[in-house]
Design a protein around this ligand. Structure first.
Ligand code: WTA
Length: 700
């Protein structure tokens, strides 16, 4: 470190203890302009949720309400298993449509010409934009394409697409006709895609020829083809597959950069073909389906019950089998929109950019539904933050004058490793709010984000939430909350966090550390696990009766700030992707030479955590480079490249208790190269530790 860096480092460490007041410029225009105002609103939201959320719901369009709705409670729920099954209902009987609220409502209010998305391609010269009115027309047409293919209310539609505008069109078209979209992130393998299509019993798949990620061209359609073959073998065939031509495409929207050519910029977008095989009778090009003469631009929205399903999204389960988290129309609409408005202190003049892929919940709630319900203008980005170089994000911020930027700690840490010159070559003068999501943000990364990216003038908003929560549940509000680096601060309106003693289950009042749970529901909480309600009750409500269990631990400091410390179950968080260790283990044991496998998380400076695998081989098998390569291929094929362990080490035996339970705590210590094994008296064979430590140095 240079002396200047050293000085900065000391300064940063001092700042760790510091509280950052909301910047005055943000406070003066804020929806919630002080911590007192936050406290008043929060108090009402938990003491009288009916009053609080009824008021907020009145800002949306409801097609009809049952007789007596103005007096009847809007919330009905049970979190107590001793009293019967778990259920949550908000606005039951109220009819609406989220697509109507995200599009028609704005167009009818004269805002049709507002840009909904500035689409920025992987190639810095490739861009387009689309207004609310244009999107409405595309969505109606595509909704009619879905209908003409037999899709009806309640049907599940699988979507496997990159970050292209057609993905937004597909989601909203499903929502418009009451079909339930199930989006599978484009980084998942054919096997994972097939599992999800089969579990959700989808018979229609929407995909894309391929897409660029930096210099890599990914052929999504060929992965989808493999998945569809598996679906046939498993008796759940995909009947119609709609394919967007993106790599070589006719595109809608208004191209601002130039007309039609992608290949005219040699060196930026390599002229490479993306061969696609179309199966007659099943595969249909999106643009051909949309161009048909009998497809109309008119499509009346289906008026759905607030408790009808809107979408499902799979998340890792600790048993290894992914869970289809189900969200419903009304509560999710109100909650994603309201958290967007307050957590990012959104105003119509803002330009907002969330870098998350729509294939994850952050993309659902904060690229599509939350922003669009607020008629926001957003940037949507196909590429990578590090391509063509580490300055890409900040160039894009300047290009579109982004005011509100939302990304993940793993991206912040990656960019932080490059020279600050990449940041400083941009002005970032438009930025006001910089936010983070997906994993705990370490104070060093928080401070760099604040000081370098935000020029010490922005509010940093660390939002804690989950696929299951639908929207932010713990977060500072930019104009109200004095922040502490690394803390997600206080609960959002209507959310009641509680810390429980892990052993006794007793409530921890005041400062302390324990399991993070929530008492009572907020509108955006998931309603069930698709097709498996007992699993919903078991996973989230059986550990501590009366509470929703997050699976995370948290600390509360003397000022009441909450610090989420990470997962306390067998889940690891790699670059903000939640992975089940059991799922990686079951992929590893598919190899004929592997008898047993145990995967743990290990600290990683950039990714937060990385997967570290211990494998026990069958008698006679040898552990070598080629085996490791084969194991990595299996994990990539079964789950996806992002799940591949960073380290695979041989384990002649695993540390087990006498009853045969693997002591993962010890494996975590070995992986971390710490000698802190704690109590090992319950180990059946304490010699195992020494063997594993010796083999650690011999990893191939
Ligand atoms: C972790 C992502 C600390 C946490 C929206 C949670 C966080 C899991 C934060 C959910 C944060 C997310 N601070 N940890 N601000 N945000 N997490 O379902 O462990 O992909 O349980 O939803 O990410 O991941 P999921």
């Amino acid at each position: 470190m240079s002396s200047a860096q050293l000085e900065q480092h000391h300064l940063d460490l001092q700042q760790l203890q510091q509280v950052f007041e909301p910047p005055a410029a943000i406070q003066t225009r804020a929806h919630v302009p002080s911590i007192e105002a936050y406290r008043d609103m929060y108090r009402l939201s938990v003491s009288d949720p009916n009053k609080f959320w009824r008021q907020i719901a009145s800002e949306f369009y409801w097609h009809s309400k049952p007789d007596g709705a103005e007096e009847a409670p809007i919330l009905d729920y049970n979190f107590d298993l001793s009293k019967g099954g778990i259920y949550v209902r908000w606005f039951k009987g109220w009819r609406t449509n989220i697509c109507y609220n995200a599009l028609d409502r704005h167009v009818l209010a004269g805002r049709g010409d507002r840009v909904a998305f500035y689409w920025e391609g992987n190639d810095p010269e490739d861009r387009t934009s689309i207004t609310y009115a244009e999107l409405l027309q595309q969505v109606c047409r595509f909704a009619n394409v879905l209908k003409s293919n037999g899709v009806k209310k309640g049907d599940r539609v699988a979507i496997y697409m990159p970050m292209v505008l057609e993905l937004v069109v597909a989601m909203l078209a499903c929502a418009r006709i009451g079909a339930v979209h199930s989006i599978v992130f484009g980084g998942f393998s054919a096997g994972s895609l097939a599992d999800r299509i089969i579990n959700a019993k989808c018979h229609i798949l929407i995909t894309c020829d391929g897409n660029w990620r930096g210099t890599k061209l990914l052929s999504l359609k060929s992965i989808a083809d493999k998945a569809m073959s598996i679906c046939i073998e498993e008796g759940n065939p995909v009947v119609t597959c709609l394919v967007v031509s993106h790599v070589k495409r006719p595109r809608f929207g208004s191209d601002e950069a130039d007309g039609d050519s992608h290949s005219s910029k040699p060196g930026i977008r390599p002229a490479k073909d993306c061969p696609v095989e179309m199966l007659a009778g099943r595969d249909v090009w999106w643009h051909e389906a949309m161009a048909k003469e009998d497809i109309s631009d008119d499509c009346q929205p289906e008026w759905l019950d607030a408790e009808d399903p809107l979408f499902m999204l799979y998340t890792s389960g600790s048993t290894g089998k992914p869970k289809g988290v189900l969200h419903t129309v009304g509560g999710y609409m109100v909650y994603s929109a309201t958290t967007f408005k307050f957590s990012f202190d959104y105003h119509l003049e803002d330009i907002y950019w969330c870098t998350a892929d729509i294939g994850w919940i952050t993309g659902h709630s904060y690229v599509v539904y939350g922003p669009m319900a607020n008629c926001a203008t957003s940037v949507m980005f196909e590429g990578l933050p590090t391509w063509p170089d580490a300055g890409r994000c900040w160039d894009v911020v300047d290009k579109y004058k982004v005011t509100t930027f939302y990304t993940a700690p793993t991206a912040i840490r990656t960019l932080m490793k490059s020279s600050d010159a990449f940041v400083e070559r941009s002005s970032r003068a438009s930025l006001r709010i910089i936010a983070s999501v997906g994993e705990p943000i370490n104070p060093e990364a928080w401070l760099w984000y604040h000081r370098v990216v935000g020029r010490s003038q922005c509010s940093v908003v660390d939002t804690f939430w989950q696929t299951e929560t639908g929207g932010h549940v713990i977060t500072p509000l930019p104009g109200a909350t004095p922040t502490k680096p690394g803390s997600a601060c206080f609960p959002f309106f209507g959310v009641q966090p509680v810390l429980l003693n892990p052993e006794t289950g007793d409530v921890i009042e005041g400062p302390g550390e324990g399991y993070l749970v929530f008492a009572g529901p907020w509108p955006g909480i998931m309603r069930t696990v698709f097709g498996d309600h007992p699993r919903y009750e078991q996973t989230y409500f059986s550990k501590f009766n009366g509470y929703y269990t997050t699976g995370d631990g948290a600390q509360r400091d003397k000022d009441g700030y909450l610090w989420v410390t990470g997962r306390i179950d067998d889940m690891i968080n790699v670059s903000g992707h939640l992975l089940s260790t059991a799922q990686i283990e079951s992929a590893l044991v598919e190899h004929p030479k592997v008898a047993e496998a145990a995967v743990v998380g290990r600290h990683h400076d950039v990714k937060g955590e990385s997967a570290y695998a211990f494998v026990t081989l069958k008698d006679g098998a040898t552990f070598d480079d080629s085996l490791v390569r084969q194991l990595l291929v299996i994990v990539r094929e079964r789950i996806g490249a992002f799940a591949a362990p960073d380290t695979i080490q041989e384990a002649p035996a695993l540390p087990k208790t006498r009853s045969g339970k693997i002591m993962r705590r010890i494996l975590r210590e070995i992986a971390a190269k710490s000698e802190n094994y704690g109590d090992v008296s319950t180990l059946a064979d304490p010699g195992v530790i020494e063997t594993l430590v010796a083999l650690r140095t011999r990893q191939v």
